[in-house]
Write a protein that binds this ligand. Structure first.
Ligand code: ZN
Length: 162
């Protein structure tokens, strides 16, 4: 270990000391070395703090990303349920397996079924039979509420030859 002699009191002490341990005289080289050592210690401490802050930030970002993904998934599930519900409701309203445009079919059924009712009430079975046969190629005629009833009438009138 390098030693120096104090210019003030003549005592000998380690050159790395920032001041004379006997009289307190400032040792400029030792003081500078101590300052640099302290600076290095502070820098290392700051690095640790910096790393901790960075880790915390990363953890926060991860948490944020996770909750964003969670929120998106939940939104999709809710949308799926709503859309699924609408499709099920539409099918239930139509009471049919019809594969075309449900809304158009529903509108068609309201008009056509009313006309079927009128023909049935008027006893115009031939005309009704023809209508149903024609419409049945494109539309759901089987969901008409009197379809079964009319089938029985048709069976009586024309048997199984119709
Ligand atoms: Zn001294």
């Amino acid at each position: 270990m390098k030693e120096i002699e104090c210019p003030n009191c003549g005592a000998v002490f380690a050159a790395r000391e920032d001041k004379c341990p006997y009289c307190g005289y400032i040792n400029p080289l030792g003081a500078e070395a101590k300052f640099l050592r302290d600076l290095e210690t502070t820098r290392k401490e700051l690095d640790v703090v910096d790393d901790e802050v960075r880790e915390d930030y990363k953890a926060e970002m991860k948490k944020g990303a996770k909750s964003t993904v969670k929120a998106v998934v939940i939104v999709f599930i809710i949308l799926g349920i709503i859309i699924g519900g609408f499709i099920a409701l539409e099918k239930a309203l139509l009471n049919t397996d019809y594969d075309g445009n449900y809304a158009d079919e529903l509108i068609w059924q309201r008009t056509a079924y009313a006309e079927y009712d009128e023909l049935l009430e008027a006893g115009k079975y031939d005309e009704l039979m023809e209508r149903i046969a024609d419409d049945g190629e494109e539309h759901d005629v089987w969901s008409w509420e009197h379809y079964e009833e009319f089938t029985e009438i048709a069976d009586e009138l024309w048997g199984n030859d119709r």
